[in-house]
Write a protein of this length. Structure first.
Length: 319
């Protein structure tokens, strides 16, 4: 009989105990991270242009993630005939970056410090936002990590250069990323409808190496062909804005946009990317739990993150 650890220790039901991500161990000392992946909260939402509230995203996603806290057994997927996130995959939660209210640059610097600490420990950084501006310090932290390609899954292009002097809000992160010498290119999918970026932003994005696809274009291509558009051999950083999903399943966000992805649209692309590429970092942003009293948006975010981590470490184990 397979030993999975359920026979020993406390039952530890999802609604019991402290809400770390997936009920994984909490590490307060950022110089003592020993893990394969480390979760960092970035509860910053001063970059928003309409509804705030994503500062509560890390707390909401962590609480929702306890639903999927399956201890030492991992999660068996009968379709893939694979057990994802078994006990030998070490995931820790290192808490939140310190946010200094109204101070974007100091708050971003603290987020960057957290990501750098994770990278220095040799772990995969997984950042839960916060608004999409938190991607800027995340990408800053990769300046000594070699070339990366960014896969952005989002309703909005986020390629504004500067608007009324603002360069580090949630409409700017992909422009700031594209300016980095070590960002070799961007694949931006899910972009649709009334966007935060004018026509010249799209022209600039393509001129700076972006491949841009709408939801309908992605569905026409399918997950395998969509993933195949990423450069072969690229080391991939994934940034996932929860508003990439249709607000029918993810209403808890500041800038919802109808016509978005459904769950398997995104999951199958992520699985394909994890199988074909080294994933070097992840952020998931713009969950604003107060706009979704059902908690469904936070649960979706937690489920996507845990599945993505499962795909990444299963692919690594397969060599």
């Amino acid at each position: 009989m397979t030993t999975h650890g359920y026979e020993a220790g406390r039952l530890d039901l999802p609604f019991v105990g402290i809400s770390t991500f997936g009920k994984r161990p909490y590490v307060a000392d950022w110089t003592a991270i020993e893990a394969d992946a480390a979760i960092l909260g970035a509860p910053f939402d001063f970059g928003t242009q309409w509804r705030a509230g994503a500062r509560f995203g890390p707390r909401g996603v962590r609480e929702a993630s306890t639903l999927f806290s399956f201890g030492h057994a991992g999660a068996y997927d009968h379709e893939d005939d694979a057990t994802y996130l078994p006990g030998d995959v070490r995931i820790v939660d290192i808490g939140d970056a310190d946010i200094v209210h109204t101070d974007t640059m100091k708050s971003h610097a603290n987020i960057e410090a957290g990501v750098r600490a994770i990278l220095e420990a040799g772990a995969l950084p997984v950042v839960i936002g916060g608004d999409h501006s938190v991607n800027i310090p995340c990408i800053n932290a990769f300046d000594d990590q070699g070339d990366i390609h960014i896969l952005q899954i989002d309703a909005h292009l986020d390629f504004v250069d500067e608007r009324h002097g603002v360069r580090f809000g949630h409409g700017n992160p992909m422009r700031r990323a594209a300016e980095k010498a070590y960002v070799a290119g961007l694949t931006q999918i899910g972009i649709r409808n009334v966007s935060s970026t004018a026509k010249e932003g799209y022209e600039d994005a393509r001129a700076m190496g972006s491949d841009i696809l709408s939801v309908r274009q992605v569905r026409k291509l399918g997950p395998e062909a969509t993933a195949a558009r990423l450069p072969k051999g690229a080391r991939v950083y994934i940034t996932l804005d929860i508003d990439a999903f249709c607000p029918s399943i993810a209403p808890g966000t500041g800038t919802p946009s109808h016509g978005g992805f459904l769950y398997y649209d995104v999951l199958e692309i992520l699985q394909q990317v994890a199988q074909e590429h080294e994933v070097v970092g992840i952020d998931l942003v713009e969950v604003a739990p107060d706009y979704d009293p059902t908690g469904g948006t936070s649960i979706l975010a937690a489920q996507v993150l845990l599945n993505l981590l499962g795909f990444i470490f299963h692919a690594r184990a397969q060599g």
